[in-house]
Design a protein around this ligand. Structure first.
Ligand code: HEM
Length: 250
């Protein structure tokens, strides 16, 4: 029986799919629906708005040049908590949307133990049991979730100020708020690199919503097998053979 969260997500996915399109051409697989893409880009937009307005407040002597974008220092200070709240709200919806594919599995623990392969690129293909998201993506997702909770609690303390919460709580909140921002920012740099040039073919999953089959059997072999019923290693070898014979005939 579908839970209320599943019913909510199902309804949202259907509604958003009627506003946009997810075109899947031959040789491609559907990866992210319109609803997922919409939430992802709203999260990214408000993350960067909160980040840039926050930089102006955090290090004004270094990032003063950011504040005119928001209409000056006082306005940046006033808008920053609202950007943060919008970021947390959209990410909260994405959490509900991605709860199932982000569940930790024994395959993820194996992936972490062999993380050296992923980092050095020693293996051309990800391990055969890598599903819709790999363990690295899941770690980042849960880090953003924990970070968002920290932002929310400490952000409210900073918003209300020392009159409501006292000076010690406010001082501790500053430290936690900024540490959380720095950790998340570091992760986002890696994320942007991997989603664009690090793993070519990934970016279109969040724009058009579709990926090539070759991308799927390379980076998410277990998901490839699940949706096509075909063996990812075999598909890869066949593609290599076809490529070689085409080169020979050229
Ligand atoms: C301009 C910057 C960004 C780009 C180009 C980008 C790109 C992408 C792409 C292509 C995916 C899909 C990966 C896949 O299907 O395997 C993705 C997933 C994701 N994005 Fe972003 N993203 C950006 C910014 C952000 C920001 C700011 C956040 C949150 C603060 C974020 C959070 C996530 C999460 C949690 C996922 C799912 C797990 C993962 O793939 O790591 N992204 N992103």
């Amino acid at each position: 029986m579908a839970t209320s969260v599943e019913r909510f997500d199902q309804k949202a996915r259907q509604t958003f799919e009627s506003f946009g399109r997810t075109e899947v051409f031959p040789g491609e697989l559907r990866r992210h629906l319109v609803y997922t893409r919409f939430l992802h880009w709203m999260v990214a937009l408000f993350f960067f708005l909160a980040l840039f307005s926050g930089f102006g407040i955090y290090l004004p002597w270094l990032f003063r040049w950011f504040t005119p974008i928001f209409g000056g220092g006082p306005l940046a200070r006033a808008l920053h908590p609202w950007f943060g709240l919008a970021f947390v709200a959209f990410f909260g919806l994405q959490v509900l949307n991605w709860l199932t594919p982000m569940k930790w599995t024994p395959a993820d623990s194996r992936w972490i133990r062999n993380i050296r392969n992923a980092v050095t690129g020693a293996e051309k293909l990800e391990p055969p049991d890598t599903g819709f998201f790999n363990a690295g993506q899941k770690v980042q997702f849960w880090e953003i979730l924990i970070g968002s909770v920290v932002y929310l609690i400490t952000g409210i303390v900073l918003w209300m100020g020392a009159d409501t919460f006292g000076r010690v709580t406010v001082a501790a909140s500053y430290v936690l708020h900024d540490i959380s921002a720095l950790i998340m920012l570091g992760g986002i740099f890696v994320h942007i690199y991997l989603s664009t040039i690090g793993e070519p073919g990934t970016f279109q999953s969040m724009t058009r919503g579709a990926v090539s089959e070759a991308w799927a059997w390379t980076f998410h072999p277990a998901w490839y097998k699940e949706v096509t019923g075909r063996d990812p290693r075999q598909a890869h070898e066949e593609a290599l053979r076809r490529l070689k014979s085409r080169k020979r005939s050229d």
